[in-house]
Design a protein around this ligand. Structure first.
Ligand SMILES: [Zn+2]
Length: 61
């Protein structure tokens, strides 16, 4: 059997729980946990809900 299929690792947005392709996700790593977001909108929403998290600024588009 051929096992050449690419492993598609899919993440889930921490805000809207939408599935995000690994290479499209915005990731914020806090002390013990990594959060993933489908885009700037959800990232900002999470940031507003977690003012103490102090994540690094997201990459500019
Ligand atoms: Zn989202």
């Amino acid at each position: 059997m051929s096992t050449t299929q690419t492993q598609t690792s899919v993440l889930r947005c921490s805000i809207c729980h939408k599935e995000i392709p690994h290479n499209k996700a915005l990731t914020v790593e806090s002390k013990e946990y990594a959060y993933h977001f489908c885009g700037q909108g959800c990232f900002v929403e999470w940031e507003q809900k977690n003012p103490d998290s102090n994540p690094p600024p997201p990459p500019e588009q």
